[in-house]
Design a protein around this ligand. Structure first.
Ligand code: HEM
Length: 294
């Protein structure tokens, strides 16, 4: 049960097709009317919506816990920030429906916000990353998912969530040059059975990211989706939380910033974009932006 009025797709999970879309706001334009129109016209059953710090600051407001995605340098790896003002994760069973929604959004936002980036995402093989490994096994579910991802308190804040969105580009050709055993050891799970390898190398992704090994624990609700475009492919990594700390702490450890050990994922994949957003709650079946607009 969803006790707090959160955007429904956060907890219900992804549909087969997605579109991750970011906009920047045009500095000389007043965003209030476009955002008001968005609250009236955007259907939260068809996508998730978030606002970035650059836009929130323009209202001289502060959302607790929302900050700008940090650019980080780690051991033999880096993670850039491409912080945007608005983020949408449109979803549907039909790509055509997503196209229609995108057109509608540009009518609502077009005079005040400029599209910055978009990428089509899709469900692969029932929920796997393109490397062939199940993604999301250790995700919290049911009540625990809401507990991890949905903010409970605060006028205009209750039901909202914070999200990290990070695009990764894979080099699958390179990944496949490794034996099956080596690949399993990089992820820390067996590809065929999804069984966890307890004796995997400390560089294995699930060893680096084990949520209960952090203090405080680093639980997050992952809703990532694969993408493939123009002979490139990868993962649109998306993780919701009450705070952004679990994501950032895991990312830092993956990058070797805790203990000098870099996650084996970086041997075949690298992040190329990153943004943090606040996903407002809903009232009835519409977005609730009272925290910003009133
Ligand atoms: C190329 C990008 C990535 C790929 C392909 C990937 C893939 C996977 C896979 C296959 C698993 C094991 C199954 C599961 O529990 O979901 C996993 C677990 C996990 N990943 Fe990632 N991941 C990526 C990036 C990230 C990033 C950037 C973070 C956070 C900063 C992250 C956090 C986690 C967490 C928290 C777990 C569960 C660990 C546990 O508690 O056992 N992943 N990932």
């Amino acid at each position: 049960m969803n006790r707090y009025p959160s955007q429904p797709l956060i907890l219900s999970g992804n549909k087969p097709y997605g579109l991750s879309l970011t906009y920047r706001h045009l500095p000389e334009k007043n965003p209030k009317k476009a955002l008001r129109d968005l609250t009236k016209l955007f259907d939260p059953q068809k996508g998730i919506f978030g606002l970035g710090e650059p836009l929130v600051s323009a209202f001289s407001r502060k959302i607790p816990g929302l900050r700008t995605f940090p650019g980080l340098s780690g051991i033999n790896c880096s993670s850039p920030s491409t912080q945007g003002s608005l983020w949408f994760f449109l979803q549907g069973d039909d790509r055509g429906d997503i196209f229609d929604q995108t057109e509608r959004l540009s009518d609502i936002l077009g005079d005040v916000f400029a599209p910055d980036d978009q990428i089509d995402t899709f469900l692969y093989s029932g929920g796997k990353d393109l490397s062939g490994y199940e993604d999301g096994t250790e995700n919290p579910d049911g009540e625990k998912a809401a507990e991890v991802a949905i903010i409970e308190e605060g006028m205009g804040l209750s039901g909202s969530s914070l999200v990290a969105v990070q695009r990764w580009i894979h080099d699958l050709k390179h990944f496949r040059t490794h034996s099956q055993k080596e690949r399993d050891n990089m992820i820390g799970r067996k590809q065929d059975t999804n069984e966890e390898l307890h004796d995997a190398s400390p560089t294995a992704h699930v060893k680096r990211s084990a949520q209960e090994s952090y203090s405080p624990s680093a639980y997050m609700l992952r809703r990532s989706m694969p993408w493939a475009l123009n002979f490139q492919q990868g993962l649109e990594f998306i993780a919701f939380g009450k705070t952004l700390d679990p994501f950032e702490n895991v990312l830092r450890r993956m990058m070797g910033l805790d203990d000098g050990i870099t996650d084996a994922l970086f041997t075949f994949s690298r992040p190329v974009r990153g943004g943090y957003y606040w996903c407002p709650p809903i009232t009835g079946d519409r977005l609730d932006l009272r925290f910003l607009l009133e």
